[in-house]
Design a protein around this ligand. Structure first.
Ligand code: FEO
Length: 396
């Protein structure tokens, strides 16, 4: 129940949710998560940066008490989503003179989501600062990490960046310094894929604001501290760019083995032509791993048997998910099997307009794939490899 020291005047007072396995009733959390809150104490004033999921409010208060925090002047709300803001009403009740500092958009959202009283919330401009006495917080508006109202906060004297959901990871560790870069980057990539990827253009626009700062340590709102900020920023710079890799994600399900045989043949044909392949069987795959696979996929191949005249619902679901996540994928293909016919290809390609991917073709077998079908898959593999090369997609 103790706070964890980050600097002499900066402590972590958040919560570790070791056992949470699902976020938004959608996103798998195999490693749990944390809800990070931080206290910054200046010579004159004290600020709490973000709160915790409301189910952990008692833990937040215990850590504050053990740290000897008896008054809070400011609660910086970088993000209005309830996993960070949900304990705000209780915090304001316990510290009756505290003011919430957030963006103007967040002020409206906090009123809508938590019914925070208007007179307790102050909107801060982009670049505004507050002085705590030897500790200066600068607020940097950074919309869409991960809602439109988000901002990040920079502690100038210590060169600490409280980065909101940006640079976060759903990774429960007992210590705020519990993961090095090698462990953290894969978790951060998964987090990016699940949470941040739909906002690639917006993040790319605001990233220079963070790149312009001198940052010694990033303190995100989920997961451990980022001890090598340059490596994380460079990774994000890559992930938000428009260029995927020479890689294909083969996403499929199969009922009677026909589609599976086609996927396996295509996978081998792609590998033979120098394309890196990842295969996701939707009956068993972890959706988080699928999301990570979409980050770098130059081509997505959807494989499905025809069911009642359309795609298997698992594949339709994956297509909807890919459409929501908006990966930078350039090309799309549909393969699969059918008994008698239907509209599967039109249905699946129609489900993912956000990708703006060029449809390279469709190969449908009647039952088990014939020799001609396998030749068609070889031709599809050749087309994918050629188009990746023409697009200059770098090696995976
Ligand atoms: Fe972790 Fe978007 O809240």
């Amino acid at each position: 129940m103790q706070a964890q020291q980050i600097r002499n005047n900066v402590h972590w007072v958040g919560a570790v949710d070791w056992e949470r396995r699902l976020f938004d009733e959608l996103i798998p959390l195999p490693e749990g998560t944390t809800y990070n809150a931080y206290v910054v104490r200046g010579a004159e004033k004290t600020a709490l940066i973000d709160t915790v999921d409301p189910s952990f409010a008692d833990l937040l208060f215990q850590r504050l008490e053990n740290l000897g925090v008896t008054s809070i002047d400011y609660v910086v709300s970088n993000h209005a989503e309830q996993d960070h803001s949900g304990a705000l009403p209780l915090v304001l009740e316990r510290f009756p003179t505290a003011q919430v500092l957030c963006t103007a958009k967040a002020k409206g959202m906090l009123a809508d989501l938590l019914e925070l009283p208007d007179d307790r919330v102050v909107a801060v401009d982009d670049g505004a600062t507050v002085h705590l006495g030897g500790a200066t917080l600068r607020f940097i508006h950074f919309p869409w990490v991960h809602w439109p109202e988000t901002m990040v906060t920079y502690l100038e004297e210590e060169r600490l960046l409280f980065s909101c959901d940006l640079f976060g990871a759903h990774l429960a560790t007992g210590s705020v310094f519990g993961a090095g870069t090698a462990e953290l980057l894969p978790a951060a990539k998964r987090y990016f894929a699940e949470i941040m990827m739909p906002f690639r253009p917006q993040i790319a626009r605001s990233l220079p604001k963070v790149e312009a700062l001198e940052v010694d340590l990033v303190l995100p709102s989920h997961g451990p501290a980022v001890q090598e900020p340059a490596a994380m920023i460079q990774a994000y710079r890559d992930w938000v760019s428009d260029t995927p890799r020479n890689q294909a994600a083969l996403v499929y399900t199969s009922m009677h083995d026909s589609t599976r045989r086609m996927i396996r043949h295509l996978a081998d044909a792609l590998v033979d032509r120098g394309v890196r392949v990842e295969v996701f069987n939707l009956a068993t795959t972890d959706l988080g791993k699928l999301a990570v696979g979409l980050v770098d996929a130059g081509t997505v191949v959807l494989g499905s048997p025809m069911v009642l005249g359309g795609a298997h619902p698992l594949v339709a679901y994956a297509a909807l998910l890919a459409n929501a996540l908006k990966p930078r994928t350039r090309f799309l293909a549909v393969i699969g099997s059918q008994g008698w016919g239907g509209k599967m290809v039109e249905q699946l390609t129609g489900l993912i307009p956000n990708l703006k991917a060029e449809v390279l073709g469709a190969t449908l077998a009647r039952g088990l794939p014939s020799a001609d079908d396998l030749v068609a898959l070889d031709e599809l593999a050749a087309t994918i490899a050629r188009r990746h090369a023409e697009a200059g997609l770098p090696a995976a």
